[in-house]
Design a protein around this ligand. Structure first.
Ligand SMILES: Cc1cc2nc3c(=O)[nH]c(=O)nc-3n(C[C@H](O)[C@H](O)[C@H](O)COP(=O)(O)O)c2cc1C
Ligand code: SF4
Ligand code: SF4
Length: 350
């Protein structure tokens, strides 16, 4: 074996990245390595065990919006500088299975950005592995069925064992670079998600009348994003939409408010923005149609900012009206996640 010690840092919303980290750690332990598995939830400082010469450090994290979650970026930028330590990045993505075919997710910069930061910290990148575990993006689709989840998991466990074998034998593996052209092409979307999309998503989560105020979701949140406002749960912009709270609530009381979010998008794009344009036209301040390409891009930035701002204000309103049973019911039943077919994603336990 090339290494005596393996340290894995992981962040995981619903358990996929954690499970991948556990597989690698178990594999390394079986080969006689000293191992450390470190969860970066709520980290305040970066804990680094003693670094011996033959140490390998891994980072196992999910992909959010074609990037790694902000908590991971924060963690990596705070990591102390090292001298020529080998490291690997494993990003779990949203894999699906259609009929017999396994469909991959897409990394975007979820490998490239951490690799760049780590190299600047003095790391040598010896492995870059994407892993298409089941998608947990509950706002977009229901959780997969157990049989499909198990099938995807079996496939991925083989991939991880192979990756770990190669790394521990000193071979370098850069599977993530296969999709480089597509990953580079989606950079604008990853930037849009990082600066706008994630804030919109943070304001789609709600606690329904079924909530018993047990506070499990509050204590489980990896970034302390859920606050109590007027004795009821309130999701702040710190939320990374990791889906842990939605998955762990024992009452299934957290919903992704599809109906309400759809309404906000319609109000902003169909009513509010056309209204602003007509005012600007009326007072001859601006003729949007006659503006340059650069202005068009700037304008879409403005409209997205309006959506985020409106989303923020309306979430306050939503939180207020949800204390009334009837409003709570309407919002709850207009959320697709309320219905049985919209399963919560449950990964196998290890
Ligand atoms: C808000 C959000 C954004 C996501 N964005 C992506 C993405 O850009 N590409 C992708 O392949 N999967 C994406 N996914 C799916 C997750 O990366 C995937 O299910 C991952 O395995 C979850 O890992 P975890 O269980 O450790 O949190 C996203 C999931 C969520 C909840
Ligand atoms: S875990 Fe569920 S029941 Fe408990 S406080 Fe959170 S939303 Fe309410
Ligand atoms: S509030 Fe829920 S979805 Fe948001 S970061 Fe915390 S656990 Fe994840």
């Amino acid at each position: 074996m090339k290494y005596d010690q393996l340290i894995i840092y992981y962040f995981s919303g619903t358990g996929n990245a954690r499970n991948a980290a556990i597989w690698i750690e178990k594999f390394a332990k079986g080969k006689g390595l000293r191992t450390h598995l470190i969860n970066i939830d709520r980290f305040k400082t970066v804990d680094v065990p003693e670094l011996f010469e033959r140490t390998l450090i891994g980072f196992c994290v999910p992909t959010h919006g074609f990037n790694v979650p902000p908590i991971v970026l924060k963690f990596l930028t705070k990591f102390p500088k090292v001298k020529n330590i080998d490291s690997f990045i494993l990003n779990t993505r949203g894999g699906l299975k259609l009929y017999k075919f396994f469909l991959p997710g897409l990394s975007g910069v979820a490998q490239l950005l951490p690799a760049l930061i780590l190299m600047m910290k003095g790391f040598r990148i010896v492995g870059m592995q994407p892993l298409d575990l089941p998608s947990n993006w509950l706002f977009l689709h229901p959780g997969l069925k157990e049989k499909i989840i198990n099938s995807i998991y079996n496939r991925c466990q083989g991939i991880v064992n192979n990756f770990a074998t190669n790394l521990l034998e000193g071979k370098r593996k850069y599977k993530a670079l296969i999709s480089l052209p597509v990953d580079l092409a989606v950079i604008p979307i990853s930037v849009g998600y990082y600066f706008f999309g994630r804030f919109f998503l943070a304001k789609t989560l709600i606690a329904t009348n079924a909530c018993t105020n047990c506070d499990l979701c509050v204590s489980q949140c990896p970034v302390e994003a859920i606050r109590k406002v007027d004795e009821r749960l309130f999701w702040t912009y710190k939320c990374e939409s990791c889906m842990r709270c939605v998955n762990t609530c024992p009452q299934r009381a957290i919903e992704t408010a599809h109906g309400f979010s759809g309404l906000i998008v319609v109000i902003v794009y169909v009513l509010l923005i056309p209204f602003i344009i007509s005012i600007l036209k009326y007072y001859d301040i601006l003729d949007i149609e006659k503006q340059s390409k650069l202005f068009e891009q700037g304008w879409s930035l403005i409209t997205t900012s309006i959506l985020i701002l409106f989303g923020f204000l309306s979430y306050r309103l939503l939180h207020f009206i949800m204390k009334y049973k009837i409003a709570n019911r309407i919002i709850t039943y207009s959320s697709l996640s309320k219905y049985k077919f919209w399963r919560r994603y449950k990964p196998p336990k290890y």
